[in-house]
Design a protein around this ligand. Structure first.
Ligand SMILES: Nc1nc2c(ncn2[C@@H]2O[C@H](COP(=O)(O)OP(=O)(O)OP(=O)(O)O)[C@@H](O)[C@H]2O)c(=O)[nH]1
Ligand SMILES: [Mg+2]
Length: 329
C-alpha cells in the first residue's frame, strides 16, 4: 500500500494524494514514515519561499467557504476545509463544506482535481483551535505534491481561532454585520489574529456601522501595541465583500498580494517556514519518544506509584528524568 501511494504520488496522481491524506488521518503514528518516503522521492523542499499558505477563519456561517469558492477561481492549489467533528469520523469530515465548495467550482478530488484545485475536508475530531491535528501533515503533503498555494478554512467554532496563525502566512478573519459580539470580544487580540479583515455579507443592514467599529478596533489595537514598542509594521486592511455574488473579490485579491509582498520583503515567510518545520520535527519526535518512554519499566513503575498516591508527580518526573539522563550520558 505504501509503495503504491508513493509511486502514484511521485507521478502526480491526485488519487494517490487523496490516499496519502487518508493514510495520514487513519495512521497518525505512521504518517511520518509515509511522508518521509514521499519527501525523499519528490525531493521537494518544505521551506521553499515560493509556497504560500492562506488561512481563513471566523465564526460559523459567516461565509468562509463561499469566499473560498470565489478565491479558487483565481488561486490554484490545495484547499483544506476543517470541519468541526467532535468524534472520530471514518473518512474525516461531515462533508458540509466540501459539498458547498464542490457545487461552486467543479474541481474536487472526485474528478481528479481538474482546473488545478484540489479540495479536501477533514474533521477536527474535537481538537481545539479550529484545525485538525493532521492539518500540518496535509499541508506538507500538498507542498510535496507541488502545490504552490494552499488555502485552509478553520472550523467555525464561535471563538476566533489562533492556531491557524501558526500555520498560515496570511490569516483572513471573516466577519459580518452580525458580528457585533465578536468585535467586542476581539478588540485587544485582533492584530494578533488577523492580517486581513473581510467584512462579508456587506449586502446586509448595519454593514457600514460595523465597518467603522472594526476600523476603530484596529486603530486602537495598533496604537496600543506600537505604544508598547511592539512591531506592528502591517496594519490589517478591511475589505467589504458579498461573497455569494463575488463582490469585493478583486479588492481582496489585491490585499492578499500586498500582504504576500510585505512578508517577502521582511523575510517573514522563511522565518515562518522554519518555525513550522521545527514544530513538525519537535512535536513528531516528542510523540515518538513518548512511545519509547511508555515501554520503559521505570516509567510504568513510577507512574503506578503516582496513581496509587505513593509518590507525587513532581518527584516522579525527576526520578524518571534522572534515570534516562544517566542512561544516555
Ligand atoms: N447575504 C449573504 N449571504 C452570504 C454571503 N456569503 C455567504 N452567504 C451565505 O451564508 C451561508 C453560510 O455560508 P458559508 O460559506 O457556508 O459559511 P462558513 O463560514 O463556511 O460556515 P461554516 O463552515 O459552517 O463555519 C450560506 O447560505 C451562504 O450562501 C453574503 O455575502 N451575503
Ligand atoms: Mg465553511
Amino acid at each position: 500500500m505504501f509503495e503504491e501511494i508513493v509511486e502514484g504520488f511521485v507521478k502526480g496522481e491526485k488519487r494517490a494524494l487523496s490516499k496519502a491524506i487518508s493514510f495520514v488521518e487513519r495512521f497518525p503514528d505512521k504518517a511520518h514514515l509515509l511522508i518521509s518516503e514521499i519527501s525523499k522521492k519528490t525531493g521537494r523542499n518544505l521551506i521553499s519561499e515560493d509556497i504560500y499558505i492562506l488561512g481563513i477563519t471566523g465564526p460559523p456561517g459567516i461565509g468562509k467557504s463561499t469566499l473560498i469558492s470565489q478565491l479558487v477561481k483565481r488561486i490554484k492549489g490545495g484547499v483544506i476545509l476543517c470541519d468541526p467533528s467532535s468524534v472520530k469520523v471514518e473518512g474525516g469530515a461531515i462533508l458540509g463544506d466540501r459539498i458547498r465548495i464542490h457545487i461552486e467550482s467543479p474541481s474536487s478530488e472526485e474528478n481528479g482535481g481538474k482546473n488545478g484545485v484540489f479540495i479536501r475536508s477533514i474533521g477536527t475530531r474535537g481538537e481545539k483551535g479550529g484545525v485538525s491535528v493532521n492539518t500540518n501533515d496535509i499541508v506538507n503533503l500538498y507542498i510535496l505534491f507541488g502545490f504552490k498555494n494552499i488555502i485552509i478554512e478553520t472550523a467555525g467554532t464561535g471563538q476566533t481561532e489562533t492556531e491557524i496563525s501558526k500555520i498560515a502566512d496570511t490569516v483572513i478573519l471573516v466577519l459580518s454585520p452580525e458580528s457585533g459580539d465578536e468585535i467586542q470580544f476581539m478588540k485587544s487580540g485582533i492584530l494578533e489574529i488577523a492580517d486581513i479583515i473581510v467584512l462579508n455579507k456587506a449586502d446586509r443592514p448595519m454593514a457600514d456601522r460595523i465597518y467603522n467599529e472594526i476600523r476603530i478596533a484596529i486603530d486602537t489595537a495598533h496604537m496600543v501595541l506600537s505604544g508598547i514598542g511592539k512591531d506592528v509594521k502591517w496594519k490589517p486592511p478591511i475589505i467589504k465583500t458579498v461573497a455569494k455574488d463575488g463582490v469585493g473579490i478583486d479588492e481582496l485579491m489585491l490585499a492578499i498580494e500586498q500582504h504576500k509582498a510585505f512578508l517577502k520583503n521582511s523575510n517573514y515567510i522563511i522565518e515562518k517556514r522554519k518555525e513550522r518545520v521545527e514544530r513538525d520535527f519537535v512535536n513528531g519526535l516528542t510523540k515518538k519518544m513518548f512511545e519509547v518512554l511508555e515501554n520503559l519499566q521505570i516509567y510504568r513503575k513510577v507512574k503506578d506509584e503516582v496513581l496509587e498516591g505513593k509518590k507525587d508527580p513532581y518527584s516522579a518526573i525527576e526520578e524518571v528524568y534522572q534515570f534516562i539522563s544517566e542512561k544516555m550520558s
